[in-house]
Design a protein around this ligand. Structure first.
Ligand SMILES: [Ca+2]
Ligand SMILES: [Ca+2]
Ligand SMILES: [Ca+2]
Ligand SMILES: [Ca+2]
Length: 314
């Protein structure tokens, strides 16, 4: 037979198609079912024989079969009972990721005579996933000079479930300094802003450990947490402190050069560290006795020394 059909060949082909079309009594009605995801294997979805008006006793003889279109065989037909049952658990999040609706389309085919029934199975969501944060620990550096009312973005939690089974709200652990405000994205997703409700003081508390909890709207609700570690960045808000405001020291006029007059201590908070360092100043006799100034005050000579410590800071 050549590649080109003659007129007789075309007639035979067309009449064959017409006969085949007549033989297949196709029902275009779609039978709709709805089941929750994750049903156990073997669970019965529906009695197809009853719903499609087929005689259950003839199903084996008519070679009933089920085609799950464009997907693996999650379901099958029990040919003795005419029941549609779960062959493999259906995970909605795997089958329809990032979709709010999920359908499986199927065809039930019987022979003698050939009939095709269309089935649409809706897979509804159950709350089988916890909200979770992309990072378990969120690090924030906040200057102690930051004013109360300032807000900071923290990464939102995600939940593979949809609708009310997804993230609904957030809670923050008890804190004197921080609070959260819940925001809604355009797509309906929820996220939290961290708000500084009371100014920080690094010298009182250099690190704040908070727990942010995301909760979904499922029943029962599921949750996920992330740690927020706030490191308070130092600002130059403390002057160096001497251990006394003034020192009165008696020095004998014949004190040798280089002898210690006084040892003065002062404390200085270091920038960007959690340390408060103690320093000492040693003041020694510098000039020989009797020095010029002493001669001006033969009985009681007073020297007033003003010490100014100026750290180089911001
Ligand atoms: Ca699932
Ligand atoms: Ca789910
Ligand atoms: Ca969920
Ligand atoms: Ca401070």
């Amino acid at each position: 037979m050549g590649t080109h059909m003659d007129i007789q060949g075309w007639k035979r082909y067309v009449s064959g198609v017409i006969l085949l079309s007549a033989a297949i009594h196709t029902s275009f009605a779609v039978t709709h079912y709805s089941i929750p995801e994750e049903m156990e294997e073997g669970s019965v979805v529906a009695n197809l024989a009853t719903d499609l008006g087929l005689d259950v006793k003839t199903l084996i003889k008519r070679k009933v079969r089920l085609d799950v279109i464009a997907n693996k065989k999650y379901l099958d037909i029990n040919k003795e009972k005419g029941e549609l049952f779960i062959l493999e658990k259906i995970d909605r999040e795997y089958l329809c990721p990032a979709k709010t609706t999920c359908f499986l389309k199927m065809e039930v085919i019987v022979e003698n005579p050939v009939r095709i029934f269309y089935i649409e199975l809706e897979i509804t969501d159950i709350n089988d996933n916890n909200p979770h944060f992309r990072r378990d620990v969120i690090h924030l550096d906040i200057s102690e000079s930051t004013s109360a009312g300032e807000r900071f973005s923290v990464s939102n939690a995600v939940d593979s479930d949809v609708g009310s089974n997804s993230v609904k709200t957030y809670y923050l652990s008890e804190s004197e300094h921080f609070d959260i405000e819940i925001q809604s994205g355009r797509d309906g997703s929820k996220f939290a802003d961290l708000i500084l409700k009371k100014a920080l003081d690094r010298e009182i508390q250099a690190v704040h450990n908070l727990i942010l909890t995301a909760v979904d709207g499922g029943v029962p609700a599921r949750s996920g947490t992330a740690s927020i570690i706030v490191r308070v960045v130092d600002a130059n808000d403390n002057a160096p402190k001497f251990d006394k405001d003034s020192y009165i020291i008696n020095v004998t006029e014949n004190s040798p050069i280089g002898s210690l007059v006084v040892n003065i201590s002062f404390a200085l908070a270091l920038f960007s560290t959690d340390q408060i360092l103690q320093f000492s100043l040693h003041i020694f006799v510098h000039c020989a006795n009797p020095c010029a100034q002493c001669r001006s005050f033969p009985t009681n000579a007073f020297y007033t020394i003003l010490l100014i410590i100026t750290p180089t800071g911001r």
